[in-house]
Design a protein around this ligand. Structure first.
Ligand SMILES: CC(C)(COP(=O)(O)OP(=O)(O)OC[C@H]1O[C@@H](n2cnc3c(N)ncnc32)[C@H](O)[C@@H]1OP(=O)(O)O)[C@@H](O)C(=O)NCCC(=O)NCCS
Length: 151
């Protein structure tokens, strides 16, 4: 029987290019979900929550703090991209955060991630840059950009 951790990991394994070292392993995801302030969302190909044995097409992982929530990960299966699922996951992220009492949401990405056009199109604004924040396995350093959105 498929569970939500299986669903998250199935998307994780196809969605992230290994080069960037952004994917989390199963242990990292399950450990993070033990914290009561960490949440996830799953969508199927139609944008609904998958049920029964249905796999997920995308997921988000979110950490809440008083008044604000951070998007830790967002991913959509490569076969399901370009149909609005990433935008729907961002919309659900903001809606869930507001329901839980947050006034602001934010996220951080490597500065060369094409996902930034998705964030800009969904009302997120760049609010900060951390120089050389990420380090790749070959030693290359890449800036992190923080995006924020007031709810
Ligand atoms: C970012 C991501 C979730 C977007 O999912 P999606 O379902 O394709 O999103 P949508 O269909 O709602 O929006 C598509 C938009 O995403 C943007 N985009 C994001 N990544 C892109 C990529 N690799 N190539 C092209 N466009 C990309 C484009 O602006 C695109 O808009 P367009 O279709 O008008 O050109 C998906 O590309 C992904 O899983 N990427 C790998 C994981 C990742 O880098 N996550 C972010 C850091 S945690």
């Amino acid at each position: 029987m498929i569970d939500d951790l299986d669903r998250i990991m199935a998307v994780m394994e196809t969605a992230f290019e290994p080069h960037w070292g952004e994917a989390w392993n199963r242990r990292q995801v399950s450990d993070s979900l033990r914290f009561p302030n960490t949440y996830y969302r799953l969508v199927d190909q139609a944008g609904a929550t998958p049920e029964g044995e249905m796999p997920a097409a995308g997921f988000t992982l979110v950490r809440a703090a008083p008044g604000e929530e951070e998007l830790l990960l967002i991913a959509v299966d490569p076969d399901c991209r370009g149909h609005g699922l990433g935008g729907e996951l961002l919309r659900l992220f903001a809606e869930d955060a507001r329901t839980r009492g947050a006034e602001k949401v934010f996220l951080e990405m490597r500065s060369n991630n094409p996902a930034q056009s998705l964030y800009l199109a969904n009302g997120f604004e760049p609010i900060g840059r951390r120089r050389d924040y990420y380090r790749l396995s070959d030693g290359t350093r890449i800036d992190a950009i923080t995006f924020g959105k007031t709810l």
